[in-house]
Design a protein around this ligand. Structure first.
Ligand code: MEV
Length: 295
């Protein structure tokens, strides 16, 4: 049985969402595909290699198999992964592979899991691997669409072009979340206020997103990026890229955990076109479908 789950971008509110502030997130039109076939032992085939149950090479897939077999014991399975989502890039490839594998296992072993069950298992896998996390990525990979988190309120995104540029450097969520946690421990009275500012930015963005108000969204992208820089998840490469994009008329920010990975940008059509050419950017569509079976 084959299943797929979408990538995501966090438009506003990454990191602060770990501390119960608001985030605005949408699934996008890049997907991870997982195929599960009953077998006598466990084999995982992916662009990362061919292994058995291996918590080093394939942590998310291995924990997904482990968590699934706690609900429905299995003898063995062969899992094949193909993905359009760049790995460790802030686009939610880990959550998408986890959710796609759980759905494929559900289909192959007829476990009858609901999307809520799949989300709960994927949430456990996120914590198994990362030890910390808000659950935002597994939520959006499961349910798709665009949402205000943690309220789980669906939001509308008007007619805006969303540009994505990959810095080419890895973004390791657990590492960055831990870095922010340490900063918060040292300066709670400061960092909590930054989270509050991010919360206000996320909430303010909803109306602008709905209206496709590029001017307001550009200001909010700028403000959110400043806050992300303040909590230490930007770096020199990202700062330079954001600055160059500003010169082209694009307002850009980190999406996801930062420290590398992707940035997202917004601007008028001409600026977007120039930025796509100069920085190898691509456009993404918001509101993609959540986890599903594939033929
Ligand atoms: C990662 O995509 C988003 C973070 O906020 C972590 C999380 O919410 O679990 C950095």
């Amino acid at each position: 049985m084959k299943a797929s789950a979408p990538a995501k971008i966090i438009l506003f509110g990454e990191h602060a969402v770990v501390y119960k502030r608001h985030a605005v997130v949408t699934a996008i039109n890049l997907r991870c595909y997982a195929e599960a076939k009953k077998s006598n032992d466990i084999k995982i085939v992916s662009p990362l290699g061919i292994t058995g149950l291996d918590f080093e090479v394939h942590p998310y897939v291995s924990y997904a198999i482990k968590r699934f077999s706690e609900i429905k014991p299995i003898n063995g399975v062969e899992i094949k992964i193909e993905s359009e989502i760049p790995i460790a890039s802030g686009l939610g490839s880990s959550a998408a592979v986890t959710v796609a594998v759980l759905k494929a296992l559900d289909g192959e072993f007829e476990a009858g899991l609901s999307n809520d069950d799949i989300f709960e298992l994927a949430r456990k896998v996120e914590l198994d691997v990362q030890g910390i996390g808000s659950g935002t990525d597994p939520f959006i990979a499961t349910f798709g669409g665009a949402w205000l988190i943690p309220d789980r309120k669906p939001i509308k995104i008007g007619n805006i072009k969303l540009l994505v540029i990959n810095t080419g450097e890895s973004s390791i969520t657990a590492e960055m979340v831990r870095k922010v946690a340490e900063l918060r421990e040292r300066h709670p009275e400061v960092v909590e206020k930054i989270f509050d500012a991010i919360d206000a930015i996320a909430l303010k963005s909803i109306d602008a997103l709905e209206k496709g108000d590029v001017k307001t969204l550009s200001e909010l992208f700028f403000l959110n990026q400043c806050m992300l820089k303040a909590i230490g998840v930007s770096n020199r490469k990202i700062d330079k890229l954001v600055e160059k994009l500003t010169e082209l008329g694009i307002s850009a920010k980190i999406t996801g955990a930062g420290g590398g990975g992707c940035i997202i940008g917004i601007g008028d059509d001409k600026s977007i076109e120039r930025a796509m050419k100069e920085f190898n950017g691509f456009l993404v569509e918001a509101g993609a479908e959540g986890v599903r079976f594939e033929d």
